[in-house]
Write a protein that binds this ligand. Structure first.
Ligand code: URA
Ligand code: SF4
Length: 189
């Protein structure tokens, strides 16, 4: 990790900006390279993540790892983070005020990491990052470009665990991400 990212992770570790600080075991800052083309953003840590301090290590994470393997994405080559860095009790959706309190950290992560593509996993990421007017069912699979960053909304992997039929869409959305990444590399060359 670079100094700036380390310093930010240190600030997060002792953060008390919202009520989620009271029930967390560990903060879950994010993992991945300092600079990378693709960033994945989920909702918030679950029980496994809270215990380990690493995003997407539980069931939803295992599903993401399978998708990465199928798509030829190396997990260690992408950056993975969440809207909130502390686990909401019983895995409830983060409240608006919790997401708002935490979002500056994610903004700073984006500024440092400089991804070209951000994959928004589910409604919490979609609504808090690109706008409340969006909804995952209508928006998934369609690029949203804002300030030079391409956002791809798709289902949260936990939604796939509840409803297998969403897997095809998830897969197709991530294939679009891989294709776009290849396009970027072609124009860079
Ligand atoms: N769900 C999320 O949104 N993030 C994680 O890190 C794990 C599960
Ligand atoms: Fe701070 Fe974010 Fe944790 Fe709230 S969720 S205490 S804002 S790090």
């Amino acid at each position: 990790m670079c100094e700036k990212l380390n310093a930010l992770a240190d600030v997060v570790k002792t953060c008390t900006k919202c009520g989620l600080c009271k029930t967390r075991t560990n903060t879950v800052f994010g993992v991945g390279p300092i600079h990378t083309d693709i960033m994945f953003v989920g909702e918030g840590p679950g029980a496994d993540e809270d215990r380990e301090g690493i995003p997407f290590v539980g069931k939803a994470g295992k599903l993401m790892n399978q998708a990465f393997a199928g798509l030829g994405i190396k997990r260690e080559e992408v950056y993975i983070a969440n809207v909130v860095k502390c686990r909401p009790p019983n895995n409830r959706t983060p409240l608006k005020e919790e997401a708002m309190a935490c979002l500056d950290y994610l903004r700073n992560q984006v500024i440092i990491i400089k991804p070209k593509i951000i994959v928004l996993l589910g409604n919490t990421a979609l609504k808090n990052i690109v706008g409340e007017e969006y909804g995952i069912t209508a928006s998934r699979g369609k690029w949203i470009e804002k300030k030079g960053i391409y956002y791809m909304p798709t289902f949260h992997p936990a939604a796939l665990l509840r409803d297998e039929s969403k897997k095809v869409d998830f897969w197709n959305d991530l294939k679009m991400v891989v294709e776009k990444m290849h396009q970027f590399h072609e124009t860079d060359a």
